[in-house]
Write a protein that binds this ligand. Structure first.
Ligand SMILES: [Zn+2]
Length: 343
């Protein structure tokens, strides 16, 4: 009898478990940062696959048949957009899955509604398609991550309306966690998330906090999170390999005085290297920063020659072992910048 009961329960559990697994939406993303956002808002309702790894350059991924196969049975496709991923169109063409094609109901651009930085005054593709419409590395500003997640939630609700409540709840939790991680709990309680974002977007958050008091205490004392952690580095001059860090720069009031690439996607030339050397000599530059998939050897040589630090920064989730989700990514970036703040 006992054996029979156990068998029945096990069968029920198995059936139930398999049923759940079968019902999960297959969400395919172009990179691991988007996959991390998808896991945050999708929870148990989604199974997430990334087409590229964080240690790969998100601009250049080979559109192999195995990637095409991955999107063939996808229920939703989530890509950054702003032409970060020039390779995705070939993957989607090869996957022959009409419901996730660009413009279809189950396709989501993370960038929708985000104002791009560094939009060129003239559109030119003579040197490749990357950054032709502005800087696409939008996820390196925590405010943008909230918009990216909101865009995904809209897409998830279109393809899985039954999960709407779950997606809304999980989005609200993600949003709240970003707010606390970026500004600290005290400041959010005093000013609210939207007002903090408005001040931050205007570039005047810190000045406002320094100029105002709440209950007899300067508001700057309420600041916490990554924004407070990075205060000692305000106006720090950096040299970067690629124009990866524009949104991070603005999020933390940093300054990038030169890039090792003369233009996004163009290999360094001797004249550009000379220019970078001069900029490092002219400005106090504690670090040359680079994502791991660029020519780190060149960055280290340049740093040695100019007596500064070479810092390999994770540019997205999965770009190093410690950056396993959106929050650990920013912990890692801020830790590494602080460690290397002095040359
Ligand atoms: Zn780029």
């Amino acid at each position: 009898m006992r054996v029979h009961l156990w068998f029945t329960m096990a069968t029920l559990l198995l059936t139930f478990g398999v049923g759940l697994a079968d019902e999960r939406l297959k969400v395919v993303t172009s990179n691991e940062t988007l996959a991390a956002v998808a896991r945050e808002v999708g929870g148990d309702r989604v199974e997430v696959f990334s087409l590229s790894r964080g240690v790969e350059d998100p601009h250049y991924v080979s559109p192999t048949p195995s990637l095409m196969l991955q999107v063939t049975d996808a229920d939703l496709f989530f890509e950054n957009g702003m032409e970060l991923e020039c390779w995705v169109e070939r993957v989607l063409d090869g996957g022959r899955n009409a419901k996730i094609r660009r413009g279809a109901k189950a396709h989501v651009y993370a960038c929708a509604g985000i104002s791009p930085l560094e939009v060129p005054s003239t559109l030119s593709r003579s040197e490749g398609c990357i950054h032709a419409h502005g800087n696409p590395h939008i996820w390196l500003d925590p405010i943008n991550a909230k918009t990216m997640a909101a865009n995904l939630v809209e897409g998830l609700k279109r393809v899985d309306p039954e999960g709407s409540e779950v997606y809304d709840q999980r989005y609200a939790q993600f949003r709240a966690r970003i707010d606390v991680a970026f500004y600290g709990r005290d400041l959010i309680e005093v000013l609210g998330s939207e007002y903090c974002d408005r001040l931050q977007r205007s570039g005047g958050l810190i000045e406002f906090l320094e100029a105002h008091e709440y209950k007899g205490r300067s508001l700057i004392e309420s600041l916490g999170g990554w924004r407070k952690k990075m205060l000692p580095l305000r106006d720090m001059n950096l040299v970067a390999y690629h124009q990866t860090w524009a949104y991070l720069r603005d999020a933390f009031d940093l300054d990038v005085v030169a890039h090792v690439e003369p233009k996004p996607g163009i290999s360094p030339t001797p004249s550009q290297i000379s220019l970078v050397r001069r900029m490092i000599e002219r400005h106090e530059v504690p670090a040359i920063i680079s994502a791991p998939y660029y020519d780190v050897g060149k960055v280290r040589t340049l740093a040695e020659e100019t007596k500064t630090n070479a810092v390999v920064l994770p540019s997205g989730v999965g770009a190093d072992a410690a950056s396993v989700d959106y929050f650990s990514l920013f912990e890692r970036i801020t830790d590494l910048l602080l460690e290397n703040a002095r040359s």
